[in-house]
Design a protein around this ligand. Structure first.
Ligand code: CAA
Length: 387
């Protein structure tokens, strides 16, 4: 049975900081951020956007194109959870008016959360072929003003519909997983900011990529040249570039050029949005499909990495007519319409977003009409509204 990605919805909040401005404020050479890290701008989420509201907004991008009654599973992957007990997916289910019969919950393993959900959704559709599954990845990457990881922040969400006979990409048989209990990046319960061993995390990422990529090729009897594109979890785009350099080492010129060109297409959106943790690999996929020119039948290799750490390499095959399911203009517009913040404005909005609003105060959002937002708490219960 062919199962895979039928729809992809993307959302990123409406404000950003320019990396050149940030570099000047931090007394760094802008080329360190632009070339050394590979980021041009990063989205900033104010207090009214959280994992839940962003997850609703990304799913709304395609909800009117699907049969809601067929959705039997809704999985929410996040490491920016808004509650220690209740799943973010329940707020989403209500906002989207999905059936009470849907099985729904939240999963966590750092940036691996959406991939974990995707694999569960594939198995679910395999055993319930007439049903579909929505899998959401939604996060705000926060390291803190003036921190080492500041330049690798970001915010956004990806939502995916998984279905039999999908219209974008079939998931191929097989995968290669690898995990180890390590401390490269984590976020304790008492902190809204991530803790990170930055240099170590980049080494582990590359090590896990090499392990899973080689294992996958061995098990599936494939060579690097058999992939039309390789895409990566992108905490910052230079990270993926480093992995891609390892992948093409010793390959012929044609393979190297093809994988480099497609990597360039896959990093375009992330270079502007920043790290969106769980959704990041799938933002690479969206960017590749919208900014590259792959033909149906193309094989794409996907590397998912969640700190802590858990990695998986798997692949998909593009479906005939996949282009008609994308909306590049709308995704480009979402990114372009963000308001530029000065560094001082960013710092204020960022620090304010770390505070829990006083109970019973109603928050207002400056998002466009139709976008959902966090409106504050009443009796410590989170409220979500739409503009
Ligand atoms: N022009 C061009 N390049 C320059 C430059 C200049 N003027 N100045 C410096 N550079 C280059 C450096 O040579 C370096 O390049 P290489 O990596 O190729 O050697 C690059 O810019 C970065 O410089 P530094 O190593 O000095 O950067 P840093 O000390 O500021 O740290 C970082 C970078 C470790 C990524 C830090 O931003 C960080 O900790 N980020 C968060 C952690 C992270 O994203 N880890 C990724 C793996 S973990 C993961 O993937 C899960 C997740 O989502 C968090």
């Amino acid at each position: 049975m062919k199962i895979g990605i039928d729809q992809i919805g993307f959302y990123t909040p409406n404000k950003y900081v320019d990396m050149v401005d940030l570099a000047h404020a931090r007394k760094q050479d802008p080329n360190k951020f632009l070339i050394g890290i590979g980021q041009e701008t990063m989205t900033i989420a104010d207090q009214t956007q959280d994992a839940v509201s962003m997850g609703i907004n990304s799913t709304l991008r395609y909800l009117d194109q699907i049969d809601k009654d067929k959705v039997g599973l809704l999985i929410f992957g996040t490491e920016s959870s808004v509650d220690q007990s209740k799943s973010a997916s329940l707020f989403v289910k209500t906002a989207l008016n999905l059936s009470p019969q849907v099985r729904t919950f939240e999963v966590k393993e750092a940036c691996f959360g959406l991939t974990a959900g995707l694999m569960m959704a594939r198995d679910y559709v395999y055993s319930h072929p007439d049903k579909t599954a929505i899998v959401i990845g939604s996060d705000i990457a926060r390291y803190g003003v003036n921190s080492g990881g500041e330049v690798t922040q970001g915010a956004g969400s990806i939502s995916i519909l998984v279905k039999k006979d999908p219209q974008i990409m079939e998931l191929n048989e097989g995968h290669s997983a690898y995990s180890e209990d390590i401390n490269d990046f984590w976020r304790p319960n008492n902190s809204k900011l991530a803790k990170v061993d930055g240099k170590y995390s980049t080494q582990v990422y590359l090590d896990f990529f090499t392990k899973t990529f080689n294992q996958y090729k061995k098990e599936q009897k494939l060579a690097t040249k058999d992939f039309d594109a390789l895409i990566y979890h992108l905490p910052f785009t230079k990270m993926g570039l480093k992995a891609n350099r390892l992948a093409v080492e010793g390959e012929e010129e044609e393979t190297t050029q093809r994988l480099q060109d497609n990597f360039e297409a896959s990093k375009k959106w992330s270079a502007k949005v920043g790290n969106i943790y769980t959704g990041s690999l799938y933002l690479s996929l969206l960017s590749l499909l919208e900014n590259g020119n792959l033909t149906p039948g193309a094989r794409i290799g996907l590397f998912s990495y969640g700190s802590g750490a858990m990695a998986e390499f798997f692949s998909g095959t593009l479906v005939e007519g996949y282009q008609s399911k994308l909306n590049k203009e709308a995704d480009q517009a979402l990114i372009d319409q963000r308001k530029k913040l000065s560094v001082a404005e960013y710092e204020e909005i960022f620090n304010n977003s770390l505070l829990d609003p006083e109970d019973s105060i109603t928050l207002k959002s400056d998002e466009v009409k139709g976008k959902w937002y966090f409106a504050g708490t009443k009796n410590d219960i989170r409220q979500y509204s739409v503009n």
